[in-house]
Design a binder for this molecule. Sequence first.
Ligand code: ATP
Length: 344
Amino acid sequence: MTTRPLDAAPADRAADVHCASVAKTFADGTAALHEVDLHCPPGAITVLLGPSGCGKTTLLRCIAGLETPTSGSIHLGDHDVTHADPRSRGVAMVFQNYGLYPNKTVYGNIEYPLRMARVPKRERRDRVARVAKLLRIDHLLERQPAQLSGGQRQRVGIGRALVREPAVLLMDEPLSSLDAELRVSMRTEIRALQRKLGTTMVYVTHDQTEALGLADQLVVLREGRIEHSGDPEEIYGSPATTFVARFLGAMNLLDAQPLGLPPGTVGIRPEDLSLGEAPGALTLRGPVVDADLIGTERMVHFRCGRQTARIRMRAADPVPAEITAHAPTDRIHRFDTEGNRTGD
Ligand code: ATP
């Protein structure tokens, strides 16, 4: 069926993804995933975020069918696809390096999956044309990948995935080889495109800014397990563990006891510290040890006892030799000695 325009939201086609107790141990004994339970809602962007080696790509490859879980099951919509052939799943994947064929034109690259699926020539032509127009690369169809910019190559990679009209679109760090400015604009484009198409998307990144900017649902992975998942603002506002707090927004995490508090960890975001003292607030005081310029702001590192904390200051203000800073009690996060959030 090709009568439905590609840019109409195919809400009927977007499938949800269900991973139930998915574990993956590779042949060499590396346990990459442990009992992962994940639901990716239809028509939304789920972002898998975590440090290198935490299992993001392995989980995505299990959903795509490029890896088979050691145990557990994967459903796309109503279908159990745990052992299904990747081509029969209705998923498409965009890789980090785009994986374009260097000797094919842009047209040939986007058309290729349709050829493999034995789609008739005329329909192939129509579908490639629609996708190319949607991604604004219709003027580049005769070029070869080497004649394209990074951003254009990235669009071709996305086009080749979209042309299959997948129920689920999987993206593995698709922006990591682009420069900072292009990353930001492509991120906006990917989000707009996903909104327009209504496709279910699972997006892998280790970049917290990208994750917060894209996610409808954020899933933070650590050593093959889900550490915290849910609404990105909620996770940022109330991280479940010190790991999530450190990874998302680089929170100050200080041993509570030297600050005169019960054992555990105190978390304070650098932007929640203000200069000076205030009644009832937690005060930190000590000499400045370092300062990094970040655009119009500066991250100033200062000692408090044997620990170091960071405060955000305006770049225009002079860096003092010593900092006295306070955080209101409602901006203080408390974690127990195991690193789990307490006392909300
Ligand atoms: P990155 O951001 O660096 O890509 P990731 O979070 O995507 O990391 P994975 O690629 O999923 O992590 O890897 C998870 C773990 O599984 C790592 O320890 C990795 O070395 C291991 N691993 C991945 N593929 C294989 C394989 N084919 N054989 C053995 N171990 C593997």
